[in-house]
Each structure stands twice: as structure tokens, then as C-alpha cells.
Design a protein around this ligand. Structure first.
Ligand code: ADP
Ligand code: 5GP
Length: 204
């Protein structure tokens, strides 16, 4: 049976990774799951524990690191984030593709540890639009906003480490492009080569 594939959706804060993931997941594909990360960050208004993130204390986070319980983990903007390893690997084993919506240090850890993962970089149409979207989201204060936009260009400069890019101009188009990447992934020959050949050999 085909194993699931790991997809990483990464890119600067405010490019719309969360919005794209939500829209992709809303299509209800039973063979696609979105990983729920752990974070030490405080919940924002409307965020639900266990859905948006697992909101944990620094102690709980450190314990998970010590137990090697993360598939990848990283600190950013003064908070810690990590992808719980067991649920993601279980889904992949049972043939379900898994999306990780994570920042770039984590993306690079995934690339090293799971070379079959496909890395997607979400680009804003422009840095100006990025700043406006972050402002519009209203979840950062002015200082945090400056910090996040300042690192955006540095992050974009590392795009060569990725397999695909998606410009998030209008949402529908961006979602269609992510769907196309996932559909193509399901048509890769990969570990199914032997299985495919056998089917035709049996006919001989
Ligand atoms: P990220 O998860 O990358 O930090 P978000 O998904 O939170 O970014 O998006 C940042 C802001 O931009 C949000 O307010 C969101 O509603 C808005 N946004 C996302 N995608 C689009 C789009 N295609 N067009 C206009 N606004 C968008
Ligand atoms: P936010 O605090 O805005 O929800 O997320 C900040 C950044 O952390 C975003 O770029 C988001 O993609 C990233 N992030 C969320 N979960 C994880 C995770 O499990 N691992 C890593 N490395 N980054 C994460």
C-alpha cells in the first residue's frame, strides 16, 4: 500500500499559510491531514486548544523535546513550536498525506530527516501586501509586526531550499496550486514501482 507523503507549507509570517491550509482542509479530503503543533505561545482570541495548537507550558514542551517526541521543533519570535512525531508518522504509515504548516528552521529539519517530504514555499504578492495583511490580521503589536516583516526578505532569500512555490495572490488560485502539488505527489512512482510492475507481469 502507498504510504502518505509529508508536505511542508512554509514561508514568512503573514503570507497566508494558515489561511491556505484551512481552505485546503475544508475540502474534506479523507487522505489528507493537517498536523496540530505544540506551542508555548499564548492562545489568540478564537484559537482552540487541540485544534489550532496544543497550548503547553515550557516544562511540557521541554519534556517532549527530551523524549524525542517532535518530528521537528524550533523557537521563533520568543516562543517554542514543535510537530508531535507519533500522530504524523502514524498517519503517513496508514497512507494519509500530512501537511505541516511550520516556519523555515523546522522546514529544514524535515528536509534533512525526511528527504521524501515536499517543501512548499508560500510567497506574498509583494512585501508591501505582506505588511498590510499582517496589520489587517491585527494579532501582533507594532514592534512584533516590524520584527516579522524584517525577517520576511531574509526568508524569501532561502527559497532555493524548497521544491515548490505558491504565490498567495487570490486565495482560490493559491489553494488550487497547493491541490495540484498534492495531486502530483500522489502520482509519483516512488515505492509503488514494484507493485505496479507486478500487476502487468501477472498478466503476461
Ligand atoms: P500566516 O499563517 O502565513 O502567518 P495568515 O493565514 O494568518 O498568515 O494570513 C495573514 C493575513 O492575511 C490574515 O488576516 C488573512 O486573512 C489574510 N490573507 C491570507 N490570504 C489572503 C489572500 N489570498 N488575500 C487577502 N488576504 C489574505
Ligand atoms: P504563530 O505564532 O503566528 O501561530 O506562528 C508563528 C510561526 O510558527 C509561523 O511561521 C508558523 O508556521 C510556525 N509554526 C507553527 N507551528 C510550528 C511547528 O510545529 N514547528 C515549527 N518549526 N514552526 C511552527
Amino acid at each position: 500500500m502507498r504510504k502518505g507523503r509529508l508536505y511542508v507549507l512554509s514561508g514568512p509570517s503573514g503570507t497566508g499559510k494558515g489561511t491556505i491550509c484551512k481552505a485546503v482542509m475544508a475540502q474534506g479530503d479523507p487522505e489528507l491531514a493537517l498536523s496540530v503543533s505544540m506551542t508555548t505561545r499564548a492562545p489568540r482570541e478564537g484559537e482552540i486548544d487541540g485544534v489550532s495548537y496544543y497550548f503547553v507550558t515550557q516544562e511540557e514542551y521541554d519534556k517532549t523535546v527530551a523524549e524525542d517526541g517532535f518530528l521537528e521543533h524550533a523557537g521563533i519570535y520568543g516562543n517554542c513550536y514543535g510537530t508531535p512525531k507519533a500522530p504524523a508518522l502514524e498517519k503517513l504509515e496508514s497512507g494519509i498525506d500530512v501537511i505541516l504548516e511550520i516556519e523555515m528552521q523546522g522546514a529544514m529539519q524535515v528536509k534533512r530527516a525526511y528527504p521524501d517530504a515536499r517543501l512548499i514555499f508560500v510567497l506574498p504578492p509583494s512585501l508591501d501586501i505582506l505588511r498590510n495583511r499582517l496589520r489587517g490580521r491585527g494579532t501582533e503589536n507594532e514592534e512584533q509586526l516590524q520584527r516579522r516583516t524584517a525577517s520576511a526578505l531574509e526568508e524569501i532569500q532561502k527559497i532555493a531550499d524548497y521544491d515548490y512555490y505558491v504565490v498567495n495572490d487570490e486565495l482560490e488560485g493559491a489553494v488550487a496550486r497547493v491541490n495540484a502539488i498534492i495531486s502530483a505527489g500522489r502520482l509519483e512512482v516512488d515505492e509503488r514501482a514494484a507493485e505496479l510492475v507486478k500487476k502487468y507481469e501477472e498478466e503476461k
